[in-house]
Design a protein around this ligand. Sequence first.
Ligand SMILES: [Zn+2]
Length: 249
Amino acid sequence: MAGYASWNLHLRREPRSWEEQQLQHLMQLLQQQRTSSDDDHWCWTLEKNGKFTVSSFAEFLQQEDRLLKGITLQNFPFKLAWSNKLPPKIKFFVWTVLQGRLQTAHHLVSRGMVLNTICPLCHLHDETSEHLLLSCSVSKLVWRYFTADNINTDQFFAGATTVKDVLSSWPKRKKDTFGNQLWSYLPFAIIWVVWLSRNETVFRGKPLDFTRICNQIKGTLWFWIGGETKNPGHHFVNLITDWSSLVAL
Ligand SMILES: [Zn+2]
């Protein structure tokens, strides 16, 4: 039947005092909605054509935050996450990490879910996003493999302890060369592939393989910068065999 519905929410826990206003707002929004007898379909209302875009979602969250005064996003490095030419799903992933919303074990426990919080890669520490992507012994090896010939990896990571730090203080290279393109996208590729590998381990029981992770990072970079079409004269095999000399300054 078409018309207004009445809502009876079953919350998992009592709302905290700072959430009550949000809950009221939600109920107001729900009560304004009319149901119709047409078939249901999904659409993204923030874009005129009904199709999802990451940028419309980011903008919406900024506005919502201003309205609801929940979290301020003033310090969020939007430029950093949106200005480069990364595929949308990677931008969304980076944004999730920078917002502290990556679904690591630590994050899920903080949301009230009970599970083991130990890092699935090293089995030694709590799996926070910073641990998993930067300081875990497995990720460290990966960062070291890709950067040690170009920067003092230990020194860099002593000063950059969050993903935001790493991305914002990543050594910039001005010339638009093949090697420099690889270098500028490298931190994004590393955190993305470490996250994918972690998921393969957690959800599919796939054992960790350092060489496979490194090759997947190289493949990801090669894909992002357009492969041989955009980089005539370069070959993927060189990324596999000559990484250090390709990205050398
Ligand atoms: Zn670990």
